[in-house]
Design a protein around this ligand. Sequence first.
Ligand code: RIB
Length: 294
Amino acid sequence: MITVIGSLNMDLVISTNHFPTQGQTVLGEFFETIPGGKGANQAVAAARLGAPTAMIGCVGNDSFGTTLYSNLENENVDVKGIATSKKATGIANILLYEKDNRIIVVPGANYDVDEALIDQQWSVISQSKLVVLQLEIPVPTVDYILMKCKESGVPVLLNPAPAKYFDVKWLKDVTYLTPNENECEEIFGKLFTEVVKDYPNKVIVTLGGNGAYFYDGEQPVHVKGYSAKVIDTTGAGDTFNGALSYAICEGYKLQEAVQFANSAASISVEKFGAQGGMPSNTEVMARLGQLKNN
Ligand code: RIB
């Protein structure tokens, strides 16, 4: 079982061809309300590939919360670890402009993912093949999870987004860290090609369409990306993380797992919405066989 402990957000997506300057009003192209949140997205990505997946998180007692809960249930994610809080369900305001996105998250109920909830769900967490974390829940809770997982020998993949909340002391406690290029620079203050050398087979840097990069202990490994017809990049990183988690749990070697995750991420950008383009196992395999080889 993969256990994802993280955020569930309702994504409020605006697509625009005109990016407003301060004080300016412009007309957008369309608006949609769709399920998101880095935690929920990563859980859906893993579950669609066939991984038994559980989600631990928190939603508000409101219509967004009900929708997010049912969405995960419909995606075959175990939702027994999703609590309801008095705060409003988390939202993400997503501005799509020139095929890229700018996101503002208001965490709401996600900030009620606390130590008590982790204790309550510990029997599930402690039996997981892999625990998957991001940083849209409170930092002290991440601290607590890492401490408990380390004590019990449960492997953890941490996707350090948003990177602002990453604490370098966690490096020794995580099994895998998956920043993108910008997050890597924000965390370590140096070029990703240098960073990976210090953390062989642990820090895997995602490079968007260019694939991903890590160091295998002897040499740098650049696992190239797949070309894609980009519609919406929202959730591509989450697809990568969900797929990487799936492949690691299936016993793939790291390089093959990263290649699998690159293939999944390249498919995900070809449809609208964070979860809209997340592929099935068959789709990932087809692209792995078909396209640009590494
Ligand atoms: O990674 C994309 C996600 O970031 C969105 O779904 C949004 O909810 C934010 O958490």
